[in-house]
Design a protein around this ligand. Sequence first.
Ligand code: GLA
Length: 402
Amino acid sequence: MKINLHVVAATFSIFLSASFLASQEAHAPSSGLALTPPMGWNSWNKFACNVSEDLIKGTADAMVKSAMKDAGYEYIVIDDCWQVSRDANSNIVADPERFPHGMKAVGDYIHSVGLKFGIYSDAGSKTCQGRPGGLGHEYQDAIQYAAWGVDYLKYDWCNTTTQDAKASYANIRAALDASGRSIVLSICEWGTAKPWLWGKEVGGNLWRSTADISDKWEGSTKWPDGSCCSDGMLVNLDLQVGLASYAGPGHWNDPDMLEVGNGGMTDTEYRSHFSLWSILAAPLIAGNDLRNMRPEIQNILTNKEVIAVDQDSLGREGERVGKDGNLEVWAKQLKDGSRAVVLFNRGGTEEKITAAWDALGYPDHLAASVRDLWQHKDLGKFTGKFSSSVASHGVVMVSVKP
Ligand code: GLA
């Protein structure tokens, strides 16, 4: 038998480089991050540009005191407007009035109470609020963020002109990894270039699948400059249909941050918002003032049974499995084989909604225990289906366990 040594050598070297790359990937500082959807708080929804050291420290304290830390919230993320310029060496400069002790001091404080530090920048020349962006400074900024103790970077998409989205996010991921620090990468390009198709490949841990959420139930409004959009909660919810297969441990669809507690929706609507984001395995990033929360809002944000659905280690995103006009059934498979189910009534009057077992992937004859995750109550055994009346704009959320 004649052996072609060139082929053997080439095969061997392909094998070597493939295993070298695989081992490099396995040891990248970002491997193993966000195995469940990230949980935390972000300044934007409530405070916009009104960020400061006091706000961030107060929020970190409140996250601990309000039992949110205990419920799993971890990242405190400062969104746009913390930065004002670049210095003579092009280093990014934080607002000296709003952050008088600098960003490392902020990060140190957040870490001192057992939480993690997130920050915001933009893949273009400027952020959405016109502050200095990251373009051309990716490696320099990544080193700076690592030195400040940053654990999470939200990277926006304003002022990117002709940039390629996939290449831009791959570049910042490489820069973050080169810093040597484990940093979650939150891709914020609003779903424009379908980041669910490439977000995982470039090392993104979550990617926005929608335009910006706003604190309202429905409807979509263009920004004053004609660009798109400020969306009601239902708009962002509906945009998740069809995306479930792209999510999994380490890489999540992000229908945008929570508006729970910001005042534009009723508590019933906020309970629906929180339940639906949890069934979607969405990142749970609170966006309200944690220092001044009504108990009803705190109860929503810290419902451990609902959070457990979001954080289930199987990492399946739930899907809409039934729709009849305004009445919907959403379901999510959980690690132990059970299902979390949301009966959702978008309409204006109370209605009865039924989840049939076959829509959940169960045989009709199966008997399963049903537990109400908002009332914290076992409802008994049901065969073939479970029905409940559901308030207008409300949900009934249950687990169904064979
Ligand atoms: C964009 C993002 C928002 C927020 C603002 C800040 O609109 O989508 O989430 O970060 O920028 O300017």
